[in-house]
Design a protein around this ligand. Sequence first.
Ligand code: AHR
Length: 658
Amino acid sequence: MVLLFIFLCLTGEDEQLHEMIIEANNIGAPIHPTMYGIFFEDINYGADGGLYAELIKNRSFQFPQNFAGWVTFGNVQLMNDGPFPNNPHYVRLGNPGHQQKHTGLENEGFFGIGVQAGSQYRFSVWARCIGSSQRISIELMKSDRDDDSQAFVIQELVIDSTEWKKYELVFTSELTEFHCHFRLFLQTSGDLDLCHVSLFPVDTFKGRLNGLRKDLAQALYDLKPGVFRFPGGCVVEGLNEKTRYQWKNTVGTVENRPVNENLWGYSSTFRFFPQYYQSLGLGFFEYFQLAEDIGAEPLPVLNVDMVCQARNTDDQQLPLSMIGQFIQDALDLIEFANGDPKSTKWGQIRSEMGHEKPFNLKFLAIGNEQWGVLYPERLERFITAIRLEHPEIKIIGSSGPNPNDIMFDYLWNEMKLLKTDYVDEHYYRDEEWFLSHADRYDSYDRTGPKVFAGEYACHGTGRKVNHFNASLLEAAFMTGLERNADVVHMATYAPLFAHVQGWQWRPDLIWFDNLRSVKTCSYYVQQLFSVNKGTNVLSLKMNGRVVCGKDGQDGLYASSVWDDKLKAFIVKVVNTQNVDHRISLNFKGLEKSVKLVNGTCTTFHSDDLIIENTLDEPYKVVPIESSISIDGHVLDTQIKAKTFAVFKFIKVIDEEND
Ligand code: AHR
């Protein structure tokens, strides 16, 4: 025995058997299909320069510095009476005054423009000639201009109408370049007007025009998210009334959507991005469409008649007298999503944009991270109006930015009084918090509003990065969400995306540069929960207690579910300690005739706790699936130190033993 103990210590294994009893015949609370979802905000260049596949920055010359992102040469004039009233600026290219000179402009894209060899790109522009037809050159130039020829794509386009008209041209790049620039110049000697200068990859997600970057949208699809929160975050509130997110500005003709300032451009003094604006090309139509494409329920967040409280004092807040307009925006959004395509104004706009059928919106969050007495008094008015016209819509209220303080308690109480359907909780917390809060929801009130964990992530102490350990602790904590799926109906990690050159906030779920993307360890944890979420909770206990890492539980966390579609038992176990543990999974209560077959164990493990997946090495830590078999209804096995494991068995009836 002593020898065995020494052996186990040397091998880092604990000799104690941790027996987990799963009440396999006692199907518990349903797990809502919305349980694991995504939260998108245009932060870290998540939209323009990221998911939204437009490659030209400031395509409408509408940034306050109208030529931000552009360099002009020759005779270029800025005009402001163009064909799109919300974006009236355009450029007039004229004769440069000497045969040796040229007139044109160059765009730097978002941290350069990324193009792939063999891929097609669609250039488009609204243009008119003044008088006779004019010819322009369209080029892509290498970032390294030392070569003989700067341009590696050279195309020509004739502008032949004196009326504003959209021109398009598709070309193939022969080179892969991460940071090229775009150039356009006049080949003829007359005058020409250009606006909304645009360049997209042809191969967008689902091949859509005005589309989304394929690898990033596919990464969302692969998460199988149940719910999709959008568009923020602080951008919902804005720094002030003018810069708040207004959904009506994000629908209709893309050329006419007014550019909006993005507060993330100046929020972090250690990382300024003064040229961070929202083109709103990825607007509410594109959002609803993406939600549908990836099978997630849309959950828009709307402004509650308040600007960002973290960036404003109460006396800078919007007056209550404005609230009618905000409430009308909420009602109109419901109509845009669900209204009849013929008899309603906003339903018709949706239909004209290409989606006749309703989007079947069911959820609406009013307010992002709000607090204090100003919030409930505003929220109440929204609730009254929405319940009156749309009792079918579930309303989500805020509990502020912290998961446990006076403000949080006050707001939760207010949400109960106001009878919101859900309360949005946010927790960006450190390792210790995630380790010690897996039992957070075990004692929650079951009678009030349900929980939407709308923003959370383990922020490791020291450098806040997406290392393996943070994801392991998220997994440990998430077993507590799953065990309490009767009260927690939705959870969305945040933020979702970050450009490696343009981030303001980290950690984030998916990182990318101009051509590549990488799924973080946290992504894989989210995915393992999401694709194994099951349909019902099953009770799982160790020595009669839930397994939440508390005293005497040796850093183990666990939850179990039944999947009625797959007819499968799924058990998630997280070992947060430095030693391997022996565990047994006892599927109690099953009849003798029940066999557990096709067993798999998917493990997510790393010996190196601070390891990260990177763009250059994206698969350093990935889940690994292997087959396992079970003797009867009890699996005796081992979970390695620092491991998240998902066990799955299909239930079949053995006719012979029936
Ligand atoms: O996710 C980043 C920010 O965190 C969100 O914009 C805000 O809601 C929270 O403070």
